[in-house]
Ligand binder design. Structure first.
Ligand code: NAP
Length: 260
């Protein structure tokens, strides 16, 4: 299927690693132009050079997305280089373990800044350009918004808000034909996931106990599987899909995990 993404300019936050890297590379493979926005210049440039080496088009923008001015810069640099924006993938985030008991008001607000505010800020600054192209937004959420996890209030609040904003923005953007959707991963092997599992007392045992509870094929979701759904939603092939929260999680969130 031709997804119709040739020459479409798509911003992917956190697009250098993990799920974001898979999305960036798939957009480029479909003929789109990727703008990778993330905090590490070296990581961004590595993924951009991988894409260019494979015959694709990409730009790196260094941005600490918790900072409003850096979000503004992502949009201005994209428009300065390409003159338009067709899509925004709000993906960057981290499960940062700011708990109710173990956190603090300051750390909670910082977690919202790192996981939630830039989803709004980038959408806000990109809006005039998305209106011009009838572009669209795909947010990457988390099953934590639905299931909870414990000891991660800031992240859970951010991901819950992203689900709410998916519906809210989809309604507000109807007059402009801008679609908004969210993809929900549960357990995906990425650098972030590896760091988290290795922070636990018995990482290998914990990993085995998690994968044993993933209903579909008792395995983790791959970044490529998240990317496939995300890029389909970004594409004009999803032209009548908006306000949807799509779980790409092997049934982890909604199926009965006690069934073996
Ligand atoms: P990852 O491997 O850590 O990649 C995320 C990328 O985003 C990294 O390059 C990271 O930079 C960058 N980034 C994160 N926060 C940033 C910020 N505030 N400013 C600038 N750059 C930032 O993460 P991932 O596992 O692919 O996760 C991607 C998304 O999926 C996140 O929204 C996460 O909540 C969601 N998710 C993942 C899973 C999973 O199982 N992996 C499950 C549910 C939801 P650094 O490496 O320098 O920090």
């Amino acid at each position: 299927m031709d997804l119709g993404l040739q020459e479409k300019v798509i911003i992917v936050t956190g697009g250098a690693k993990g799920i974001g890297e898979a999305i960036s590379k798939l957009v480029a493979a479909e003929g789109g132009i990727v703008v990778i926005a993330g905090r590490s210049t070296a990581d961004n440039e590595k993924t951009v050079s991988d894409i260019i080496a494979a015959g694709g088009k990409a730009l790196a923008v260094t941005a600490e997305l918790g900072l409003v001015d850096d979000c503004r810069k992502v949009i201005t640099e994209t428009v300065a280089k390409y003159g338009k924006i067709d899509g925004l993938v709000n993906n960057a985030g981290a499960n940062d373990g700011v708990g109710l008991e173990n956190g603090s008001p300051e750390r909670f607000m910082q977690s919202l800044q790192n996981n939630l505010s830039h989803y709004y800020n980038l959408a806000h600054f990109a809006l005039p350009y998305l209106k011009a192209t009838k572009g669209n937004i795909v947010n990457i959420g988390s099953k934590v918004a639905t299931t909870g996890q414990g000891n991660t209030s800031g992240y859970a609040a951010s991901k819950g808000a992203i689900n709410a904003l998916t519906r809210e923005w989809a309604v507000e953007m109807l007059p402009y034909s801008i679609r908004i959707n969210t993809v929900i991963p549960a357990e995906v092997w990425t650098p972030l996931y590896e760091t988290w599992i290795n922070s636990l007392p018995n990482p290998q045992e914990k990993l085995a106990s998690i994968t044993a509870k993933i209903p579909f094929e008792r395995r983790m979701t791959t970044s490529a599987e998240i990317a496939n759904t995300t890029v389909f939603l970004l594409s004009p092939r999803s032209s009548h899909t908006t306000g949807q929260i799509v779980y790409v999680d092997g049934g982890y969130t909604h199926l009965d995990r006690s069934i073996s």
